[in-house]
Design a binder for this molecule. Structure first.
Ligand SMILES: [Zn+2]
Length: 275
């Protein structure tokens, strides 16, 4: 077995475990509960879950999708998030090679998968993951230089590489976020109700902190288009009131953000879309 396959499988197993932790975050962050203690419990009967009933993906099927104690159904979201995180971690290694960029992409995928499902279920994008992820992305850009794009036009070229990279990360995070915030404000003034949550603004800033400006702009455009088309079709098909239906916009941003690195990402290079 070649090295890349070996590390791909290791990454997949690690991803399964991280996915299991993401499930805890998705449930607890919106409820302001600690993700450290107490240990995993059934949300229905609140009994602690034994380790052998808490094996990623496997336990869901072994338990027949029911809690061992109270027989309450377990949401499909649990195995789905675990499987998806495992798959994305393996794909990160296969795409980026055994590089620091692969590790960076894994962190990004974990944050994004968590946010996609949190928004879908709770219509909340927790600061722990948006603001926390953004801060981590900014710091990481100092140590793992990202290609400079917008920075060429606005940053002094004599700056050292790590500062240019941090500048790119900051601009990539804050410019699209300001645009989105501006659009939200205009909508609010015109319609007198909130069309965009501030969580969406913080999420696109997190995406830009990891991707730089090109990646975050592409994500914002694709995510907005996909969200609007889906929202229109969904409200017509289900006859929901389009004025009160709350679209999980963060889920669409997340989906749009997960595709580019696996299509355009360069091993040992960047996650930036090359245009
Ligand atoms: Zn139970």
């Amino acid at each position: 077995m070649s090295e890349i396959w070996f590390f791909g499988v290791v990454a997949a197993l690690f991803g399964l475990v991280i996915g299991s932790f993401l499930n805890v975050c998705i449930y607890r962050f919106p409820r302001d509960l600690s993700v450290v203690a107490p240990r995993s419990f059934c949300p229905s009967c609140e009994k602690p879950i034994a380790w052998y009933d808490n094996i990623p993906v496997l336990s869901y099927f072994l338990l027949g999708a029911k809690c061992r104690g109270c027989r309450a159904p377990i949401s499909k979201r649990y195995p789905l998030v675990e499987f998806l995180t495992g798959l994305l971690f393996a794909a990160s290694v296969w795409k980026m090679g055994i590089t620091p960029d692969a590790a960076k992409l894994c962190v990004f995928c974990a944050l994004t998968v968590g946010l996609i499902f949190m928004d879908l279920e709770e219509r909340i994008l927790a600061d722990e993951m948006t603001v926390g992820g953004m801060t981590f992305g900014f710091l990481l850009s100092l140590f793992l230089p990202m290609p400079v794009f917008i920075g060429h036009f606005v940053l002094p070229p004599e700056w050292r590489e790590s500062y240019l990279s941090l500048g790119e990360s900051l601009l990539g995070g804050l410019l699209p976020a300001s645009c989105l915030w501006g659009i939200g404000e205009i909508y609010y003034r015109l319609r007198g109700r909130e069309g965009l949550g501030f969580g969406d603004v913080k999420m696109i800033a997190m995406i830009g902190a990891f991707y730089g400006l090109q990646g975050s702009l592409v994500t914002l455009i694709i995510g907005s288009l996909a969200g609007s088309v889906f929202g229109a079709i969904y409200t017509i098909a289900t006859r929901k009131d389009a004025r009160t239906y709350e679209l999980p916009f963060g889920s669409f941003l997340g989906l749009a953000a997960l595709v580019p690195p696996f299509v355009f990402g360069q091993p040992g290079g960047s996650l930036v879309v090359p245009w």
